[in-house]
Design a protein around this ligand. Structure first.
Ligand SMILES: *Cc1c(COP(=O)(O)O)cnc(C)c1O
Length: 466
């Protein structure tokens, strides 16, 4: 009897239950050990995220540079393989959109795997300049410059070009045509496709890029190399990605007639993340379809296959970071979809801003006690703000029941995209401590912020309080 009971207990596949170890959900590196603790595997190195969180303290942000490297290698590999299979003659370029996560522990691994860059401001470009001067990346790496071109931004672009950087400003508006087309190297043009795409951000009046009519109305530029578009982030279906390419291709063909140097189509960002663990399109499927479609269209139009640039940022960055919190108290809820509030020792509003800003859903799981009895919960941050919460859209989050004297850790997966640059200090809470896990080693990237350090951000330097 006893034996049977035990095997039944172990029989429950908790890894599967928590949707870990699934490539499609970007959780292939995560697992559950026999003690019910969350693990991440890098080759033969296993990180016990429960032990790590208890050792370094929470809230804790854990970055996995090896995940970035693995994802980028895969993505470039798929595109190159399908180009070969379908006899596609254009080249493939991955450009990492820096705004997704500008941190050093993100940028350096991606550069080492061969990412080119896309920047949106003079200050992002300033970081690139420093890296380039420090010879931290290959001299051939190309840098695309989007965003409104202030004088400071344009001056920096010119300075870097004159020093030999492979840098390409992208015309964003009619006002920029004259100034940017004077650039001595290659330039690009952003077109605002008149097309509806199903993303959270779908908007009728996009303020970025030239309208199709304006783009096609410009006279010949002898250095126009790239046609760029970006239809939005977190695109919901493969069909939307492909429809945008088909639509853009029609404009590309017309533009090339006016500007014969045009040879690259940059399809921007937008590849989504299955935050809610529902069936989702894959890079393998989409890359194959993109190459097939572009080949057929260009063969039909009788033009050479365009070089292809993609700027999928969220796709690469989101799964490379996990946020870990500790439950500090429980409050029961009388009548709702969830039985209890679990109050966490950090903040959704501060650390995971999209929860509050765009009602982002997250893949939330326990980081310990993963095999015990569960409870339906809603989560609250520890600012004093009633909007600092996460309810899975009014539904519930399944987490372990709490036990006296036993810490309960909560992990939020896929937090590597956008959250850090949007983060804030509501109620002056500290930003989470941050570590990296790479090559079997934990490294502290940012210590837990002290009260003094936060005070300084608000002008309270030593002595001012008197
Ligand atoms: C934001 C942005 C991206 C990245 O979008 P993701 O949805 O993260 O892939 C790429 N290109 C441009 C021009 C952008 O503005």
């Amino acid at each position: 009897m006893a034996k049977k009971k035990k095997s039944k207990k172990l029989g429950k596949n908790w890894r599967k239950f928590w949707k870990l170890g699934v490539d499609e959900f970007n959780t292939k590196f995560f697992g559950v050990n026999k003690d019910g603790e969350l693990t991440a595997a890098e080759g033969h190195h296993i990180y016990n995220l429960s032990d790590i969180a208890l050792k370094y303290g929470t809230p804790l942000s854990v970055v996995f540079p090896f995940v970035l490297e693995d994802r980028l290698k895969d993505l470039i590999g798929y595109f190159q393989a399908y180009m070969k299979i379908y006899g596609y003659k254009g080249k493939f370029f991955y450009h990492y959109p820096m705004k997704v996560n500008q941190n050093k522990e993100f940028l350096l691994p991606l550069l080492s795997e061969g990412a080119n860059l896309e920047v949106t401001s003079a200050n992002e470009l300033w970081i690139v300049k420093k890296l380039w001067e420090g010879e931290r990346f290959h001299a051939k790496i190309r840098v695309l410059c989007n965003g409104p071109k202030s004088d400071q931004y344009l001056d920096l672009i010119e300075e870097l070009r004159s020093k030999g950087m492979n840098i390409v400003p992208i015309i964003e508006s009619l006002e920029e045509v004259e100034r940017v087309s004077k650039h001595k190297g290659d330039i690009g043009m952003r077109v605002n496709l008149s097309l509806k795409t199903d993303t959270h951000w779908d908007k009728k009046f996009d303020l970025f890029g030239l309208t199709e009519k304006d783009a096609l109305g410009l006279s010949k530029m002898k250095n126009l190399k790239i046609m760029h578009y970006h239809v939005g982030s977190q695109i919901k279906t493969q069909k939307s990605i492909i429809d945008a390419i088909k639509h853009a291709f029609g404009i590309y063909v017309e533009l090339q007639k006016i500007h014969p140097t045009l040879d690259t189509l940059d399809i921007g960002g937008g590849f989504g993340i299955p935050y809610d663990r529902k069936k989702f399109y894959t890079v393998k499927g989409v890359s194959s379809k993109i190459i097939k479609v572009l080949k057929n269209l260009s063969d039909k139009a009788g033009i050479r296959h365009p070089n292809l640039a993609v700027e999928w940022g969220r796709y690469i960055a989101a799964p490379a970071q996990v946020m870990i919190y500790k439950v500090i108290s429980e409050k029961s809820i009388p009548t709702a979809n969830a039985k209890s509030w679990y109050v966490l020792d950090g903040s959704f509003m501060n650390d995971l801003k999209d929860t509050w800003a765009i009602h982002q859903k997250w893949h939330i799981i326990p980081a310990n006690n993963m095999t015990g009895a569960l409870k339906t919960t809603w989560l609250a941050g520890s600012t004093c703000d009633s909007d600092d919460k996460y309810t899975e859209g009014g539904n519930y989050i399944l987490l372990p029941k709490l036990h006296e004297g036993r810490d309960q850790l909560v992990a939020v997966l896929d937090t590597g995209a956008y959250q850090e640059a949007l983060a804030s200090h509501h109620c002056l809470l500290s930003a989470p401590m941050k570590i990296t896990a790479q090559n079997g080693t934990i490294q502290i990237i940012r210590k837990h912020e002290t009260a003094d350090a936060i005070g300084k951000l608000f002008g309270w330097t030593n002595g001012d309080h008197k």
